[in-house]
Design a protein around this ligand. Structure first.
Ligand SMILES: Cc1ncc(COP(=O)(O)O)c(C=O)c1O
Length: 443
């Protein structure tokens, strides 16, 4: 209320909401959604033919040729076909069945539905769900809502946040003494940690899940967000197939994608899909029933998802512009990932692993004992205290590591790399100055 702050604007680097940070929508995606929404535009010369063809195809799949009708609860048929074709292309020909594809309200809704389907039992037989620490808080929240048991496995900060299968074993064996661990969640590329899993590591995880009969849940919403030299996205589905029939006929796997991330950043459309394989037919029936209670995901979001999986091809007139827009977003993100890593690592008391993928930095911060005392006095977690001070003094809004989980006694914060390059540079300089001052103040 009128109290003067030492900054002129609040910079929101706390959530992965690209458009809110000024990223422009992909023209082709918006053209198709606009045409689907207002089909009179199909007669307008201002829209390219390839966008019109996409829109006509989607509308033909909708009840009454309208985006305003409910779709089948699994999603519009032709969009599920496009998703399956996309997965086959992405995975070098590994087959995908449209019947195993479910369109969802963002990835969140699919993840919540699968967890709901899998959780059962009571007391020591209650379902345990293994999640990485640090994790994306949708997982802890969904687990808690379902009264399931959260089973933590720690990512290895000393090794670029890699997943260590020995740690999975430790975590699982401990969990078996107090619950029935049945589900293993993987986030690749990672949020908040930004690591991209190696092919070998994915193979090890799949072998582990096969041996221990765990349901694998692969959150792959950042599959297009890979930046580091030598890193590549490998889908769990693809590796599973490459490991042979003993694996691909048995391991239950649900994998997730979304319109919210990648180069499109269309968070508000709430588009997403999941592919679920090796589900027992009766359980599959239960899943369809469970999903049908919410009728269907937003059909506009399904249309947006369709463009992500069925973008312009080289022979089409929108191809050049599409690729230009896509590459521009991804190249900027790669530049910002490197910039952020480099700058943080110049600051004494900050250590930042490479941002191999996704759209966040999760640097480790040294908090002096005097600051930890001061935080206690304010009844705050030390990293919360740090982030509040950062906000008060610079206007930069980031999230304390305690919101994601971290090893006892270590402190972090999560910051997105979504602000435009020039703004991000200013932001990073401000964090640097703040951190140096903070260390002096509490020395
Ligand atoms: C790892 C991860 N999974 C899932 C989601 C959910 O995204 P949406 O529901 O918008 O698709 C997010 C969003 O930030 C995320 O980071």
């Amino acid at each position: 209320t009128g109290i003067k702050k030492p900054f002129t604007e609040v910079i929101k680097a706390n959530i992965g909401d690209a458009h809110a940070m000024g990223q422009r929508p992909i023209t082709f995606l918006r053209q198709v959604v606009a045409l689907c929404t207002y089909p009179d535009l199909l007669d307008s010369p201002s829209f390219p033919e390839d966008a019109k063809n996409r829109a006509r195809r989607i509308l033909q799949g909708c009840g009454g040729n309208s985006l305003g009708s409910y779709s089948a609860s699994q999603g519009v048929n032709c969009i599920r076909e496009d998703v399956a074709a996309y997965i086959e292309r992405r995975d070098g020909g590994v087959p995908a069945d449209p019947d195993n594809i479910y369109l969802t309200t963002g990835a969140s809704d699919g993840i919540a539905a699968i967890l709901k389907l899998l959780v059962s039992g009571g007391g020591k037989t209650r379902t345990g769900v293994m999640i990485p620490i640090p994790q994306y808080p949708l997982y802890s929240a969904a687990i808690s809502e379902l009264d399931a048991i959260q089973v933590n496995y720690y990512l290895d900060e000393e090794n670029c946040w890699a997943l260590d299968v020995n740690e999975l074993g430790r975590s699982l064996n401990e969990a078996k003494t107090y619950c029935n661990p049945k589900v293993l969640c993987i986030i690749n590329p990672g949020n908040p940690t930004g690591q991209v899993q190696s092919r070998q590591c994915i193979e090890d995880v799949i072998h582990f899940a096969w041996e221990e009969k765990l349901f694998l849940l692969a959150d792959e919403v950042y599959q297009d967000n890979v930046y580091s030299e030598g890193c590549q996205f490998h889908s769990f589905k693809k590796i599973l197939y490459e490991m042979g029939p003993e694996y691909y006929n048995n391991v239950e796997l649900a994998s997730f994608h979304s319109t919210s991330k990648g180069y499109m950043g269309e968070c508000g459309y709430r588009g997403g899909y999941m592919e679920v394989i090796n589900l027992h037919p009766e359980i599959k029936g239960q899943l369809v029933k469970l999903l049908s209670v919410r009728l269907c995901p937003p059909v506009s979001g399904q249309a947006a998802m369709d463009i992500v999986v069925n973008p312009p091809v080289p022979e089409e007139e929108s191809y050049v512009q599409f690729i230009k827009e896509k590459e521009s977003v991804l190249n900027d993100l790669a530049k910002k990932a490197k910039l952020t890593e480099d700058l943080f690592n110049q600051v004494p008391g900050i250590h930042c692993n490479p941002l191999q993928g996704a759209m966040y930095a999760f640097p480790r911060i040294f908090i002096p004992s005097k600051a930890i005392e001061a935080a206690k006095g304010n009844k705050m977690a030390p990293d919360m205290f740090y982030c509040m001070k950062l906000l008060e003094e610079t206007g930069i809004c980031v999230v304390p590591g305690s919101g994601f989980g971290q090893r006892e006694g270590s402190y972090h914060f999560r910051m997105t790399i979504l602000p435009p390059v020039e703004k991000l540079k200013i932001l990073l300089e401000k964090v640097k100055d703040f951190h140096i001052k903070f260390l002096e103040e509490y020395a």
